[in-house]
Design a protein around this ligand. Structure first.
Ligand SMILES: [Zn+2]
Length: 96
């Protein structure tokens, strides 16, 4: 058992800001190959982290950053869904 009590540090894949796991938003590639927002950080799969900021969230989609990082091809349908989810998240959290 590893008993070191270090806060896990994560790096935003867009701007490279390092933050605690809680400060960043997790995006996950599910075992089914879907890419979803994971605000709870509990979904199974390969994860990437983004600042909880509209600029980083939008850039992640725009430049296909997420696809590169997660090594997955996002279908147009999934991309639309992710875009919608990100838009809703930004609105919900009142991010700028
Ligand atoms: Zn960022």
């Amino acid at each position: 058992m590893n008993t070191t009590k270090k806060t896990p540090q994560r790096t935003c894949v867009v701007c490279r800001t390092v933050g605690s796991k809680r400060g960043l938003l997790r995006v996950v590639r599910t075992p089914e190959g879907q890419v979803l927002l994971d605000p709870s950080g509990r979904l199974a799969g390969r994860g990437a982290y983004l600042c909880r900021e509209a600029s980083c969230l939008n850039l992640a989609l725009k430049d296909n950053k997420i696809e590169h990082i997660l090594k997955v091809k996002i279908s147009p349908e999934d991309r639309e869904l992710l875009k919608t989810n990100i838009g809703e998240y930004i609105k919900e959290q009142a991010l700028v």
